[in-house]
Design a protein around this ligand. Structure first.
Ligand code: NAP
Length: 244
């Protein structure tokens, strides 16, 4: 609860239009949070906000656009009284063999997965620090390991991991920093892969994905529900049958 006003806590979720972000919004709203849903696809987040009802607002924002994030933060301050939780979830996984043909994908992944999370955090930091907050960074198993064809995606997630550990030390004890590192989760993530042979191969694995986004959302909600003196800083979780 936001102590001063005795109001439910406020969670800002980037990439709330699908997958893990949408599931996290549903889970936190069910736990009594007010939620700000950020994404580029306005129709999707408006539909989700309408589904959730009271205490949910949709804000169109591209995490590569700092001005849009600043405007979003202003709306969260004005309409919800400020953010207690920021979930840096927006991401893209544009896998493929390393080549110049993929160079636009590399820039996009770095700008969304790494710089987008950094920018959203610096924009919302004052709100998180006001009264104590939580920062949840959605990394990946790819933030702990790397394999052929995922080099730049892994680089963005390794970057998120290193940055998170530094922030954890800077922000303690008032802002708890948590890394969530999932393996394969059944979402639309692979559908955006531009290298066609890689997309088809990766999609086959996702077609039989056993872990659902709701299960990751449940872990995030559990982490946030721990008493303030306990910080869960890192959770690595895979489908039980995933090797790497
Ligand atoms: N699914 C997995 O197997 C898996 C495993 C490990 C980690 N992850 C991580 O989990 C996070 C969520 O992915 P997901 O699996 O739920 O995939 P998803 O369903 O494709 O969701 C990705 C979300 O990111 C948003 N997004 C993409 N580019 C954006 C931008 N420039 N600005 C704002 N939002 C943007 C998308 O919204 P709009 O397109 O509407 O903007 C969408 O809501 C990512 O960080 C991903 O790396 C996923």
């Amino acid at each position: 609860m936001t102590d001063s006003q005795n109001l439910p806590r406020v969670a800002v979720i980037t990439g709330a239009s699908s997958g893990i972000g949408a599931a996290t919004a549903r889970a936190l709203h069910a736990d009594g949070y007010r939620v700000a849903l950020l994404a580029r696809r306005l129709g999707r987040i408006e539909d989700l906000a309408a589904e959730l009802g009271d205490g949910a607002i949709a804000i169109q924002a591209d995490v590569t656009d700092r001005d849009a994030l600043v405007a979003a933060a202003q709306r969260v301050q004005d309409e919800l009284g400020g953010a207690d939780v920021l979930v840096n979830n927006a991401g893209t996984m544009l896998l493929g063999p390393f080549s110049s043909e993929q160079r636009a994908d590399y820039r996009n992944m770095i700008e969304v997965n790494l710089l987008g999370a950094i920018t959203a955090t610096e924009v919302f930091l004052d709100q998180l620090e006001d009264g104590g907050g939580d920062l949840i960074n959605i990394s990946s198993v790819a933030g702990r390991t790397a394999r052929a064809t995922n080099g730049v995606y892994a680089a963005t997630k390794w970057g998120v991991n290193g940055w998170s550990e530094s922030l954890r030390q800077e922000l303690l004890p008032d802002v708890r920093v948590t890394l969530i590192e999932p393996g394969v989760v059944d979402t639309e993530l692979p559908t955006h892969i531009t290298h066609e042979a890689t997309r088809q191969a990766v999609q086959q694995g996702y077609d039989v994905a056993t872990v659902k986004p709701e299960e990751i959302a449940e872990v995030i909600a559990f982490t946030l529900a721990r008493p303030r003196h306990l910080a869960i800083n890192e959770i690595l979780l895979r489908p039980a049958g995933q090797l790497g």
